[in-house]
Design a protein around this ligand. Structure first.
Ligand code: SF4
Ligand code: F3S
Ligand code: FES
Length: 249
């Protein structure tokens, strides 16, 4: 026998001056294999065509369907309603610009973060020979780079992070993950000194309070805890370098 689920959805349209944030309830029957994404589509199709939420791939790849599910950031397309209680509160990810209801503009923030941290390969030559992008890499190195490349920029780690809620310029675990990815890449020429310039302050590693919610909520299970701890150690030793050099003189 199918059981009903009630979704209480935070509705708000910042584009409409008359709109006020409110919780709106929708009830539908749970079905085997039904994800939150499917449930939201059913609501939009049969109950309320005005409901706003994002999706592209439906397969946990594009990162666009992240939202707060009973206070925890999750991907709607990878969350089965059968694993949820009978009443669920859905809200948009905090921190990011709200478009409306459950839809937020993660792309705008991700682009700014990527430009600031220069999250692209800094090859040896000004104009790299594209054939050398295929340059040979040790399997362990390739595996480590690939591991960090699995980030889908969903924003869950930033939405769960206490530091990010306090400062908008914090690069978040997604930013640390990008830096870790290029540090691991033997084709990238940047030094720890270069990375220190990018993340060696309170909007970078020294703002991170090791809360580790980012690690707990990452839907791709990236090794964020290990990478953040490693970067912190590296950046601390980088910060101490002038003092060490002075002592030696
Ligand atoms: Fe999402 Fe994980 Fe990437 Fe953060 S690190 S944006 S939680 S995939
Ligand atoms: Fe935030 Fe993760 Fe650091 S939750 S404070 S980025 S360990
Ligand atoms: Fe792409 Fe959910 S729709 S990750």
């Amino acid at each position: 026998m199918s059981r009903p689920i009630t979704l209480q959805i935070l509705r708000y349209n910042p584009q409409n001056a008359a709109s006020r944030p409110r919780l709106q309830s929708y009830t539908l029957d749970k079905a085997d294999g039904m994800t939150l994404f499917i449930a939201l589509n059913e609501i939009r199709e049969h109950q309320d065509a005005t409901l706003q939420f994002d999706f592209v791939c439906r397969a946990g790849i594009c990162g666009s369907c992240a939202m707060m599910v009973n206070g925890r950031p999750r991907l709607a397309c990878r969350t089965l309603v059968n694993e949820l209680p009978d009443t669920v509160v859905l809200a948009p990810l905090p921190f990011f610009e709200l478009i409306g209801d459950l839809s937020v503009n993660t792309g705008k923030w991700m682009r700014g973060m990527s430009e600031r941290l220069q999250t692209w390969l800094h090859a040896r030559e000004e104009l790299p020979d594209l054939r050398r992008i295929e340059e040979k890499m040790e399997p362990e190195e390739a595996e480590a780079v690939y591991e960090m490349d699995r980030c889908i920029e969903c924003g869950c780690c930033v939405a769960a992070c206490g530091t990010a809620q306090m400062r908008q310029d914090f690069v978040g675990a997604v930013g640390f993950g990008k830096i870790a990815r290029f540090r691991l890449d033997p084709r990238d020429t940047r030094t720890d000194g270069d990375y220190y310039e990018l993340i060696g302050d309170d909007s970078g590693v020294f703002g991170c309070m090791s809360l580790l919610a980012c690690h707990d909520v990452c839907p791709k299970s990236l090794p964020l805890q290990t990478q953040i701890a490693f970067l912190r150690r590296k950046m601390v030793s980088q910060a101490l370098q002038p003092a060490v050099a002075q002592t030696a003189n």
